[in-house]
Design a protein around this ligand. Structure first.
Ligand code: FAD
Length: 317
């Protein structure tokens, strides 16, 4: 289980991927996976959202990682709009595929859904109930999971979640997720090193003991920065936005994005961060440059068995 969070010897290194949108993107994803594997990440997480096809594509990518690479997957899972039964089935399916780590999330409510509409929320209104559901599945499958428990990660927020009344409320929610059975947390993207330090300090003061891994994205263009902030309800960092806007070439924008991400990560490590989770946007170059700048190596296997087939995994139907 510790492979998914802090190790006693070195900080963990992990990357986030999203499932490819078409066949052409699939072969690019295989290349990205091969490139990322060279840094021996402790695990690679796969996002889960959108249409049923997109969700199937997530499960297919997980299957690919398990069958054709030596990388350890962390399957994101969301409970918004789902029934207990469908989630139970999906968790069982993932475990049967070989998944041993899940990032339990509520997910964003479907666009246009009323805040209190039961159909939009599904049967589990908050991520902590999904953590409990996963632990229940684990208990029922304990015989086949004899080698160890499932690792369950959850989201944490260095700046207030857009739906939360206060930042303190988010910290209490994180504590509730730990008490429900979460083993570690990964943070939302943030732009100011003090936001991560503050989150960890407040969380510890409130009684949170699980590792809180900083989630950092190298952002190398202004448009992406603004879109990212729009999607996650974050305030764009004005200084970073201005530097990207003023840059005169892609190479300069790349240096700015990588440099900013590396500074955030270094500050988090200086403050005792147990690992680094890099959001990749399915692009290997920027995250690998951040890893190089920090002279970091994961504790996983640097082997992606390049050129493996992709698409024959038993995706959930
Ligand atoms: P929760 O912890 O359930 O919190 C959701 C909101 O409800 C918060 O405002 C919280 O304060 C509030 N809340 C929780 N419990 C209570 C309570 N008991 N009473 C009152 N209020 C409460 N989204 C996807 O769709 N797919 C992904 O793959 C994905 N990956 C992500 C990965 C990371 C590392 C992070 C940080 C986020 C990711 N998200 C993803 C986004 C996430 O789903 C959204 O931020 C979502 O809005 C909240 O999810 P959560 O798990 O934090 O929910």
């Amino acid at each position: 289980m510790t492979e998914y969070a802090a190790s006693a010897v070195a900080p963990s290194l992990s990357y986030e991927l999203y499932p490819p949108r078409n066949d052409q993107a699939k072969s690019k994803t295989v290349d990205v996976i091969s490139a990322l594997a060279a840094s021996a990440p402790d695990y690679v997480s796969v996002t889960y959202n959108g249409t049923p096809e997109r969700r199937r594509a997530s499960v297919e990518l997980i299957g690919h990682l398990i069958e054709h690479t030596r990388l350890r997957p962390l399957a994101h899972l969301t409970c918004v709009g789902e029934t207990r039964e469908s989630l139970d089935r999906l968790v069982n399916h993932l475990v049967a595929l070989g998944v041993r780590g899940v990032l339990a999330l509520r997910g964003d409510k479907p666009e246009g859904a009323e805040h209190d509409a039961a159909s939009a929320h599904g049967e589990l209104p908050f991520a902590r109930y999904l953590v409990e559901l996963i632990r229940n599945v684990e208990n029922r499958r304990s015989a086949s999971l004899a080698a160890g428990r499932l690792a369950i990660g959850v989201a944490a927020y260095p700046t207030r979640h857009p739906e939360s009344p206060t930042f303190r409320h988010d910290v209490e929610v994180l504590l509730a997720k730990e008490r429900a059975g979460a083993n570690f947390a990964i943070t939302q993207i943030y732009f100011d090193p003090a936001d991560y330090t503050n989150l960890v300090r407040e969380a510890r003061a409130a009684g949170v003991t699980i590792p809180i891994v900083p989630g950092i994205m190298p952002v190398n263009n202004e448009r992406r920065l603004l879109r990212l902030c729009e999607l996650s309800g974050l305030e764009p960092d004005e200084a970073l936005r201005a530097r990207l806007a003023d840059a005169s070439s892609d190479a300069e924008r790349h240096r700015i994005g990588v440099g900013h991400a590396a500074e955030l990560a270094q500050a988090a490590f200086d403050g005792g961060a147990p690992g680094l989770h890099l959001y990749t946007f399915n692009d290997a170059r920027s995250p690998l440059d951040v890893v190089d700048a920090l002279q970091l190596t994961g504790s996983g296997t640097a082997d992606a068995r390049e050129g493996a087939d992709y698409g024959d995994a038993d995706a959930l139907s």
